[in-house]
Design a protein around this ligand. Sequence first.
Ligand code: GCU
Length: 326
Amino acid sequence: MKKLIALFSIFLFVFAIAGCKEKQNDTHVNLKLGHALDISHPVHKAMVFMAEKVAEKSQGRMKVEIYPSEQLGTEKESIEALQLGYMAMTKTSSAPLEGFIPEMKIFGIPYLFRDSEHFWKVLKGPIGKEVLLAGQKQGLRGLCFYDAGARSFYAKKEISHPSHLKGSKVRVQSSVMSMKMIEAMGGSATPIPFGELYTALDQGVVDAAENNPPSFFTSRHYEVCKFYSLDEHTMLPDILAISTRVWNGLTPEFQQILQEAVDESVEYQRKIWAEAELSDLKSVEEAGVKIIHPDKEPFRESVKKVWDEFEGTVIGELIKEIQEVQ
Ligand code: GCU
C-alpha cells in the first residue's frame, strides 16, 4: 500500500511538472505565484498591480496567477517548489530564504539598519543587488525587494523590555537568525508557519509573536493580542522570487516585460506601504490594542551577542559594509 501511495505521488509530481511546462511556449506564458499573506495586505496589492502590468505590457500573452494565504503551501514549501520548478514564483519574507541562500542571513541581524532611508539605500545599491541574485544557483532568482517595515512584538501582555520575554514562547519564522535573536533576548523561540499562527496564539501554543503593522492587522492577530510594543528589532524585506529554471525558459522579451512590471510595482508598493503602516496602526488601536513605544536600548543591548557571533565571517563583513553606507 505504502509503495502504491509513493508511486502515485511520483506520478502526481511528474504530472504537475509536465502540466506546468505545457502552458509555457514562446507565445503564451502562465506563471503561478503563491504567497502567505491576506488579499487585503499591501504586498499582495502590489503583486496584483504587477500582474496587471504584465498582462498590459504583453497584451495578454503573459499571465501571472496569484494564490494568496498559503493556498499553495507555506513560505518554506513554496521556496522548495520554486527550486524544483513546479511553482514559478513566490513572495516570501527574506527570513525563510536564509536556509537556502546564506547571504540572506544579513537581514536577520537585529538593529542593522539605522532607518528606512538607510535600508532602501542598501537594498537599491550594489549590496542589495548582489543578495537578490545570490540564490540563482540554488534555483531561486530574486526579482525585487518589497518593503516589510520593521518587526515588533505583540502578545497578550506588555513586552516593553527584553526581561518580559523570559519564560515566554515566541513564534518565529522558519529562520535560525530569528531563533538566535529571540534566545538572545531571553525568550524561547518556536517556529510556526504564518497561516497557523492565529490559532497558535489563540490557544496559547505560543505567548507572543512579532511582525510589522500591516501583517499584524491583516492577519487579525490583534483580535487575540492586545499589546503591541514597537521595539522595531528587525527590518526583514519581503522578496519576490522566480524559479531560475522557469526564468531561463522565458524568452528575453518575456523576461524584460516581467522585470519591468516588477520594478514598477516596487515603487507602487513603497507608496501604499507607508500609508498602510499608519492606517493599520490606527485600526488596531481602535480595536483596543495598546501601542507601546519602549526604550529600544535594552533590546539592542540584549542582541549584541548575535552581532559578535558573526565577526570575521562573510556576514560580519557585510555588516561593516552596510554600516558604512551613508
Ligand atoms: C511578514 C512577511 C510574510 C511572512 C510573515 C511571517 O508578514 O511579509 O512574508 O510570512 O511576516 O511572519 O511569517
